[in-house]
Design a protein around this ligand. Structure first.
Ligand code: 5GP
Ligand code: MN
Length: 338
């Protein structure tokens, strides 16, 4: 963020605003952690602030301080709509185009509020008065930490905020191992621990909440793993029937895609998950090294994300989706084998 933008934010926040904070649809640890971290900061500064999530999210994210105040646009539409109608200022966190907010998109489109974007994805859309967009950043949570620092308020980070921000940095960096993790990320994490983030507790709350059915679903996914050594690629499929058989709950497949990358010599990992209710196949892409899954998802599967982690969707059957996918791989032989 440049000095002009920092000054502009300070001027906006010097006045009482009616603020709404929005994470992307199917929010993850970074989306919930960053919105809650910012929410505590704004509330403590005397602002009126409400978080509106486009839809529900997994239980393993629902322990963060302030969670109960989050409105779900699907479940609490009236209250959420009222907050949005009144909003003078809307923060959009961890996404950069309205299409990532599902049914909220037309509401945001029609809003007369000013927008502030804080985000680390590629190709930001042009809707925000103030745009803090940086694709080098590990996570939106690291950016919210910086944002508070830019405003000169680093000492106002409370233990509640520290716990929320730590969570999102941890989940978006695969526990501090992805290439986006910098020495600065570790310095931020260290400061958040000093400010009250309970690191061991957070790891337990996010990663050690397996149910027996989720572990068996993982077994099923790994059993379905297909390895294509000639393309350094591995993919997993999960049909709706397989999800049903294992009492699937939102969030149960989180992290499954990463197992493909743990294979020696595999640089591209994919999971295809059938969702009959939405009539789509939800796809997650992960890579190691130079192969950009953001481009791949953008070009072929109506999605996007980061160079090494992206998502997308397909509107044809699971079988056809996989067929289309494997037919694309020969086009990328060189890039995948680099
Ligand atoms: P995941 O595979 O965990 O759902 O998402 C990986 C990354 O890709 C995240 O940064 C997420 O925001 C982004 N992403 C996931 N699905 C989509 C999508 O449908 N469109 C776009 N543009 N980004 C996505
Ligand atoms: Mn993120």
């Amino acid at each position: 963020m440049n000095l002009k933008d920092i000054k502009a934010v300070k001027a906006l926040l010097a006045e009482p605003q009616k603020i709404v904070i929005i994470p992307h649809k199917n929010p993850d640890g970074d989306a919930i952690g960053s919105t809650l971290g910012l929410w505590h900061y704004l509330k403590n500064a005397g602002q009126t602030a409400t978080i509106v999530a486009p839809n529900d999210y997994p239980k393993f994210l629902k322990w963060m301080p302030g969670n109960d105040a989050i409105l779900n646009f699907e479940g609490q539409n009236k209250q959420a709509k009222a907050a949005l109608d009144e909003a003078s200022l809307i923060f959009t966190l961890d996404f950069n185009h309205f299409g990532r907010t599902g049914q909220l998109a037309p509401v945001l489109e029609a809003s007369t509020a000013q927008f502030i974007m804080i985000d680390h994805h590629q190709a930001p859309a042009d809707y925000a008065t103030i745009m803090y967009s940086d694709v080098q950043m590990s996570s939106t949570c690291e950016m919210v930490y910086n944002f508070i620092d830019f405003l000169g308020d680093i000492d106002k980070i409370t233990p509640e905020m520290a716990n929320c921000l730590y969570t999102g940095i941890m989940t978006d960096t695969g526990s501090f191992k992805f290439a986006s993790t910098t020495s600065k990320t570790h310095l931020v994490i260290a400061d958040l621990i000093d400010k009250g983030a309970e690191n061991t507790t957070i790891h337990n709350k996010i990663y050690d909440t397996n149910s027996p059915s989720r572990l068996r679903l993982l077994g099923c996914a790994l059993n379905n793993l297909v390895i294509l050594p000639e393309y350094k690629t591995a993919y997993i499929t999960l049909s709706q029937a397989e999800l049903d058989k294992h009492a699937y709950k939102k969030g149960d497949t989180e992290g499954f895609v990463n197992y493909g990358l743990t294979l020696d010599g595999i640089h591209f990992a994919v999971i295809f998950i059938e969702n009959t209710e939405e009539g789509i196949i939800k796809i997650s892409f992960r890579s190691q090294g130079d192969f950009s899954v953001n481009e791949f998802a953008r070009n072929h599967f109506n999605g996007g994300g980061h160079d090494n982690a992206a998502g997308g969707r397909s509107d044809v059957s699971l079988e056809e989706t996989v067929k289309n996918f494997t037919a694309l791989l020969p086009l990328y032989t060189d890039k995948l084998n680099k």
